[in-house]
Design a protein around this ligand. Structure first.
Ligand code: SAM
Length: 271
């Protein structure tokens, strides 16, 4: 790339293009990080100036193919099995068994599921409760590459980290030391698809539980409020939304109320 300087003006137009596309918000202090990613992609698409590359993405990429490739390079897929397990345990061991007992079936959506470790963990917990076959589990992510890997049920070593529950890992994961494979029963219990959480249409029926964890941290407040509003319309009346343990919605004053259940915090549509 002939000119790879990300001037403040270029930073502004690129970061708003990216935020509109996927919600990821860049601060000026992330400028160098963004510049490196942009330069790499500009080169791949054959542009030797960042401004040309910008014009290409904005006006000459009608299906958003190259923009999507850029987004793929920007998203952080970091996830692992049994991450932030306590809230999942509460949902799978207390909340959903009661719903299944009452209504026969339930639906769970792992929104921004990355490579699938989160919905797979949830499926394991439900299987232990004997209700896996009565709970529909949906996993979606903006990244086609992540979804493809999720579908395969094959994961890298880093998907299993310290302090995992040995009983669950032994029962449902085959660990060769180089890769980790999810038991077919668990893999087949989750339906994966790509879904941009900011897209106008969200093809998901109302859910008893929505997990939207460790993705809001990348979004600006305005985007979070909009997303939470849209997610709350995908919850059944007593449905629960879980966000990441480091994420809180309390400062936003959304239509959701926060409740502590079984030592974890969840959000519910206020009655
Ligand atoms: C850090 S991972 C979190 C995975 C999992 N929920 C967890 O807590 O371990 C964040 C995921 O959010 C996805 N993501 C980012 N922006 C998104 C958007 N606008 N729509 C859907 N997914 C998005 C990324 O592709 C990435 O896989």
């Amino acid at each position: 790339v002939r000119d790879s300087t990300l001037t403040p003006q270029l930073f502004t137009i690129f970061s708003s293009l990216i935020e509109d596309a996927c919600g990821i918000h860049y601060e000026l202090r992330d400028k160098e990080l963004l510049a490196a990613k942009l330069t790499g992609h500009a080169e791949e698409v054959g542009h030797d100036s960042l401004l040309d590359y910008y014009y290409h993405l904005r006006y000459d990429d009608p299906h958003g193919t190259d923009l999507h490739r850029l987004v793929e390079a920007l998203v952080v897929h970091e996830t692992y099995f049994f991450r932030e397990l306590e809230p999942l345990r509460y949902l799978a061991e207390q909340h959903l068994p009661a719903i299944v007992a009452k209504r026969g079936r339930a639906r769970v959506w792992s929104a921004a599921c990355s490579t699938g470790e989160e919905p797979f963990t949830f499926a394991m917990l439900l299987d232990q409760q004997g209700i896996l076959d009565r709970v529909e589990i949906i996993g979606t992510d903006i990244s086609a590459a992540a979804v493809e890997q999720a579908r395969s049920g094959r994961h890298g070593r880093r998907s299993l980290r310290d302090n995992y529950p040995p009983d669950l890992a032994q029962r449902y994961l085959e660990n060769t030391g180089r890769s980790i494979t999810v038991a077919p029963k668990i893999r087949d219990a989750v339906q994966f698809s790509t879904q941009n959480l900011l897209a106008e249409t969200m093809n998901v029926d109302p859910c008893d539980v929505i997990l939207c964890r460790n993705v809001l941290i990348y979004f600006a407040d305005e985007q979070i409020v909009r997303l939470i509003h849209r997610l709350s319309r995908k919850l059944v009346p007593d449905g629960l939304l879980a966000v990441g343990v480091s994420e809180s919605l309390l400062r936003f004053g959304t239509a959701l109320t926060c409740e502590e259940r079984g030592k974890s915090f969840f959000y519910r549509v206020a009655r």
